[in-house]
Write a protein of this length. Structure first.
Length: 127
């Protein structure tokens, strides 16, 4: 059984690269160049269809330095229990956390081989 996620190199002009760039620009965070596409959704808002990808990026530093576009940023536990109060959390955050947990289970069942280098749109999996 193939995992639901794909490991890809965030290449030029891809949504994965855009997500990586936005995280770097808006959060001042250092990220690995690989991304995991955990889920893909077809969305429909106001009669327009769009594509939404839930992407997991690996932070290679603990530093978060939000720019002026972000009022607050913090690391949070995967189960969100350490968020203060009862904050409103997007359904996409919950979807991303669920997909992340599933990807972790997939990795336990079938780890990514050390020599696997995913290409955009290609599944990186061993034999």
């Amino acid at each position: 059984m193939e995992p639901a996620w794909r490991r890809i190199q965030a290449g030029p002009g891809t949504p994965e690269l855009a997500a990586r760039r936005e995280c770097i620009e808006e959060l001042g965070i250092e990220l690995d160049s690989f991304a995991l596409v955990l889920e893909e959704h077809l969305t429909s808002i106001g009669g327009k269809q769009g594509h939404l990808k839930i992407i997991c990026l690996l932070a290679i530093s603990d530093e978060v330095s939000p720019n002026g576009e972000i009022s607050e940023a913090r690391w949070a536990a995967v189960d969100l229990t350490d968020l203060p109060g009862n904050p409103a959390v997007s359904k996409w955050v919950h979807s991303a956390l669920k997909a992340h947990a599933k990807a972790q289970l997939d990795l336990v069942r079938k780890p990514i081989p050390d020599d696997a280098v995913g290409l955009h749109g290609a599944t990186a999996s061993g034999s």
